[in-house]
Design a protein around this ligand. Structure first.
Ligand code: ADP
Length: 315
């Protein structure tokens, strides 16, 4: 059966999709935490043909200063798709789409970051999509929450994200590139597993109420699978540390984290039925002191953002 809007057949006669997946199958996902030496936290994620790198910097002083909030910190995500990330070269720099995605990722992350612990500061999250093949906002958000945890930022939970939709009249999980372009509907979704809160929900296309409910349920189930992969990446990153934060005798990789990080990123078994525990063990009264410019000079990029803020690149 072919798509009603195009001649492209997205599901074959055996019920398989163009890349051979079943209707309810995710693309392969690999996540690695702690890939950048100079970032406070980082993550590399491959999701099908998507490749995303995230660097987290902060908490640090807010520039421009008028964005400072005396009561809480802010989370600024900047989503950027590299010009070479798609088949036909994309015009470099911010555009309406990247501004929208940056905003919704920032808002989703602010739901889980305990911003009252670092008033007047910002945590900057740079999401660089180096290869794009549909679902990059979900891939970016999934990687961003792992990078935040890697940076030791106090959080309620990680955020797994996934987009499902409708192609050839059937509901399918995790849309691929052709499915995204030629399908009938696309529903990007993200949630906080410990509470079930939905922190990102968009819809492009048309669905009945019943179809929409089914897609939500598919997304929820798939997000829990993504959550397991996120946690496994953090466990792998810190499993070479002992309780004291020292590298064990046979580390898998060169330890780069500060001594305290091994403790902060402590892994807890998820409790899918009830409320899973926090990702970090944090002192509830602790307020994180921001790094001053003397301790950590603000990189040029922040000033640039400041200067270009009217162009929509600064979020
Ligand atoms: P998402 O990547 O979150 O699914 P979209 O639905 O807007 O977001 O985009 C779907 C896919 O279309 C992207 O992953 C990318 O492969 C491609 N795409 C988006 N914007 C551009 C662009 N400006 N030039 C070329 N391809 C693009």
């Amino acid at each position: 059966m072919s798509d009603p809007y195009t001649d492209i057949q997205l599901i074959d006669d055996k019920g398989l999709r163009l890349d051979g997946r079943k209707l309810d199958e995710l693309r392969p996902i690999t996540i690695e935490a702690g890939v950048l030496g100079r970032a406070d936290g980082s993550c590399y994620l491959q999701w099908g043909d998507n490749k995303v790198i995230v660097g987290v910097y902060g908490p640090r002083e807010v520039h421009p200063r008028h964005m400072q909030n005396p009561l809480r910190g802010i989370v600024r995500a900047r989503y950027n798709m590299a010009p070479f990330s798609v088949g036909e070269r994309k015009r470099p720099g911010p555009d309406r789409r990247s501004t929208e995605i940056s905003k919704l990722i920032s808002e989703a992350l602010e739901n889980v970051v305990l911003t009252d612990r670092f008033p007047r500061t910002t945590v900057d999250v740079f999401i660089e999509v180096v290869e794009a093949s549909a679902g990059t906002r979900c891939a970016g958000l999934t990687a961003a929450s792992v990078a935040l945890a890697d940076a030791g930022i106090p959080m309620r939970d990680l955020i797994p994200s996934v987009a499902s939709g409708k192609i050839d009249g059937k509901l399918v999980l995790d849309l691929g590139k052709a499915e995204d372009n030629f399908g009938e509907a696309d529903v990007p979704f993200a949630m906080v597993p410990r509470t079930g809160e939905v922190v990102l929900l968009q819809m492009d296309g048309h669905l009945t109420q019943e179809e929409f409910d089914t897609i939500l349920e598919m997304n929820r189930k798939a997000a829990m699978k993504v959550y397991e992969i996120q946690k496994a990446a953090l466990v792998k990153r810190y499993s070479s540390y002992t309780q004291e934060g020292e590298a064990s005798e046979e580390p898998e990789e060169k330890p780069k984290a500060k001594k305290t990080k091994g403790k902060e990123a402590e892994y807890h078994e998820p409790d899918v039925k009830g409320a899973p525990p926090a990702v970090h063990d944090v002192d509830p009264d602790e307020v994180v002191k921001p790094k001053t410019p003397d301790e950590e000079p603000v990189p040029e990029a922040v000033d640039d953002d400041d200067a270009n803020s009217t162009e929509g690149g600064d979020v």
